[in-house]
Design a protein around this ligand. Structure first.
Ligand code: MN
Length: 752
């Protein structure tokens, strides 16, 4: 970097004349806007930046130095803070984009300038990689990086210039950057009181995000400019006369609101431009200072309301109670000529400067400041305080700006402590409660929004302060599913419903089995299946669930069961014998079966493999192995009803297994087929099954009951695909309503 140090003195580089001129221009601006200017510092920063960026160009084709120069100029003119900030603006991209190191900047310009550059470099990478759509993230991001408040100030200037030159980028980048600017930088600029920057950013964003509306508004305003000017004159003239007579030193003018705020009004009120009345405001700026100035504001207010009838409900006194960003003014809306509503803003020059330039302008009016450093420190403390402890009201203001009705996807909600959370639009207090904490969500019984009780289905809007009221006794309500919008709330409620369902089902089965045990009765699962079908339950699980949750009485089930077992006596013995036949068949088929299994990727033929009868796995099923007491590996389907129990309680005996690709091995599988009882259904079924992939049927048993046909088919299949095709074909048989893989509920672990 020896070369660089000669550059700093202005040796060894030729600077194009037009950039020399722009440097002079910048220096003149510094002299006009800053308390003190170290011109040599700014010149050195310029030369170094010029040299470092000498081979770079902007997307517009200009030499890159044009960008830092403009950023520095915006910094001076619109923020007007100090010369170190100007130098930092000139150098803000060198560490990120050129070979110059931060160490070199530190050695050359000292710690404070280096730390600003460092903050800017970090911030720019952070914005590229992180999710900055969330107000809370942004606040933290800023806190972590803004060790020096000038980092944020330079960043505003940088963003403004990038927005001004956005036209050179590709359209998709334009929209992305404009959106980020609108949701993040414009509201932040507002937060710091940089009103002029904020307005320009917003208008530029509007042009890129909503080009049609932008054109409409600009041309609409242009068309009616003459009319508006005439009206403003008509309004101002008598007022000016009165103020002059009273001896005020003042400025008065009509000022158009920024395009974006007009756009928002049109959206909010759903009205065309010509029906928006307050597209301009009259502003009166007074020269009085301090308390004399405040008094002047009030005197002018009384003169205005003397001339024009005020709409008292629209009066705002930001003079006695400034906004959190320091903004002060009296706002009043009066009925002007022709009964039109006109907004008037009254402020002193000092208030005006703060309104335009924000926090930085405070320091211009601060006296007795010892050094630039202590000035910086106290400003930084002020900002940190602002960001770290947003009082609820103030924070709500902040976030109201963030929310931007334009972007309907996201809203920002406050806790009573002032923490902010973002939610999708349409969110209700339940969404908010689950967002804060699952426990709060599950136990919420009510909510207060801005201090008032609201129903849990209430639709929240940005800036709402929400307090959730919980009760330990409260449980999630399945109805909530109907109005929650967040994934988190929905999945938590569903999970809870499923869990509740599972418990009720268990409880129902328990009730039933205890009752049977008391009576010394035995009912097999297969019989339970038939009973469920007869009672028109979709399955036994549903029957148990309804028992467990009190929707169906155990006594009713008992009556039905007794009746059925009596009626079905011959069938019972038949089904019982079939069942025994089936089971013995299964065990013989399986113990002789070939072990088509891989353990840890290797085929083991020496380990005894059994296929569990509770779920009858076949190749293609996801399976796991369970080491049985006899040392054999018993294969279960992952979806087996016993699987959760085994995995949770006997995890040490679980072993991962996979199917090997062995051909010509057939596995036993069983299907339960349900449908309408009709003539010929059995022969139709057997035909379809044998024709499909030449499937061999081991046995078919059929029972019919009250017009319902239930068939149990045991067959040989090669794998899951085979079985699936069979099921598909069987489903097409006339009158068949359901085909299920047959599963028995044997419990392997014996833990139940
Ligand atoms: Mn830049």
């Amino acid at each position: 970097m020896i070369e660089a140090s000669t550059i700093l003195k202005g040796n060894g580089i030729r600077i194009e004349e037009k950039y020399e001129e722009r440097l002079e221009d910048l220096l003149a601006s510094c002299r006009a806007n800053l308390k003190t200017v170290d011109e040599e510092l700014i010149k050195r920063a310029f030369r170094l930046s010029y040299w470092a960026h000498r081979n770079d160009h902007r997307a517009s084709g200009e030499l890159y130095i044009a960008h830092p120069l403009e950023v520095a100029k915006i910094y001076v003119e619109q923020i007007g803070f100090d010369d170190i900030g100007v130098a930092a603006a000139l150098l803000h991209d060198v560490v990120e984009d050129t070979d110059l190191s931060l160490e070199f900047i530190r050695e050359t310009f000292g710690d404070s300038l280096a730390s600003i550059i460092d903050g800017l470099t970090k911030m720019s990478t952070a914005f590229e990689t992180r999710d900055v759509g969330n107000a809370e993230n942004v606040r933290k991001l800023l806190l972590s990086m803004a060790s020096d408040i000038r980092v944020i100030f330079v960043k505003f200037a940088d963003r403004l210039h990038n927005m001004r030159t956005l036209g050179s980028l590709a359209p998709h980048k334009q929209v992305k950057i404009a959106t980020e600017t609108l949701t993040l930088f414009a509201p932040l600029a507002h937060r710091f009181g940089f009103f002029t920057i904020k307005s320009e950013l917003e208008d530029l964003c509007l042009a890129y995000i909503h080009p049609e509306e932008y054109k409409q508004i600009t041309s609409g305003l242009r068309d009616r400019k003459k009319e508006r000017d005439t009206y403003v004159k008509q309004f101002i003239d008598p007022l000016r006369d009165r103020l002059q007579t009273e001896g005020f030193d003042f400025e008065i003018y009509g000022r158009s609101k920024n395009l974006y705020s007009i756009f928002r009004k049109m959206k909010r009120q759903d009205k065309p431009l010509k029906e928006i009345y307050d597209i301009f405001a009259i502003r009166i700026v007074l020269s009085g200072e301090g308390s004399k100035g405040k008094e002047e504001c009030w005197r002018v207010y009384s003169i205005i309301t003397d001339l024009y009838k005020p709409l008292t409900e629209r009066f705002r006194d930001f003079v006695s109670v400034p906004k959190s960003n320091g903004y002060q003014s009296l706002h009043t809306t009066v009925l002007g000529p022709n009964g039109k509503r006109v907004e008037v803003q009254i402020r002193t020059r000092e208030m005006h400067e703060i309104a335009e330039k924000g926090v930085a302008a405070h320091w211009k009016y601060k006296e007795h400041v010892n050094s630039a450093d202590s000035e910086m420190d106290s400003l930084l403390m002020w900002v940190r305080d602002l960001l770290e402890n947003p009082e609820v009201e103030k924070a709500a203001d902040f976030v109201k700006d963030f929310s931007l009705n334009l972007y309907d996807e996201e809203i920002y909600i406050f806790t009573p402590k002032g923490d902010v959370h973002s939610l999708p639009s349409g969110a209700c207090p339940v969404d908010f409660a689950y967002l804060v904490h699952s426990e709060i969500g599950s136990h919420c019984i009510g909510a207060k929004v801005n201090g008032k009780m609201v129903p849990l289905s209430y639709t929240l809007t940005s800036g709402d302060q929400v307090e959730i009221i919980t009760s330990k006794k409260q449980q999630p309500n399945p109805d909530w599913i109907k109005f929650v919008v967040t994934q988190k709330a929905r999945s938590r409620i569903r999970h809870w419903i499923n869990e509740k369902r599972r418990k009720a089902t268990e409880h129902g089965r328990d009730l039933w089995e205890k009752r049977l045990a008391k009576l010394g009765m035995e009912v097999t699962d297969a019989e339970m299946g038939r009973i469920s079908t007869k009672l028109r339950f979709p399955n036994t699980q549903q029957l148990y669930f309804e028992l467990g949750s009190g929707l169906y009485e155990v006594n009713d089930l008992l009556k039905a069961t007794k009746g059925m077992l009596k009626d079905d006596d011959p069938e019972k013995s038949e089904s019982e014998s079939l069942r025994l036949q089936y089971e013995s068949f299964l065990s013989s088929a399986q113990s002789s079966g070939s072990p088509g299994l891989l353990i840890d990727g290797e085929l083991h033929t020496d380990i005894k493999t059994e296929y569990s009868t509770c779920c009858n796995p076949i190749p293609g099923d996801s399976v796991f192995g369970f080491i049985s007491k006899t040392g054999a590996i018993k294969v279960h389907r992952v979806s087996c009803a016993n699987a959760p129990n085994l995995m949770l309680n006997l995890a040490d005996r679980i072993i991962p297994v996979e199917w090997s690709r062995q051909k010509d091995v057939h596995f036993v599988s069983a299907l339960r087929i349900m449908g309408e009882d009709r003539v010929g259904i059995l022969s139709d079924l057997t035909q379809v099954i044998s024709k499909t992939l030449k499937t061999n049927i081991r046995s078919i048993t059929v029972s019919t009951d009250d017009g319902v046909f239930v068939g149990n088919v045991v067959l040989f299949v090669s794998d899951l695909e085979h079985l699936r095709r069979l099921i598909d074909r069987i489903k097409k048989v006339d009158g068949i309503h359901g085909v299920y893989r047959y599963e028995e509920q044997n419990d392997e672990s014996g833990l139940r």
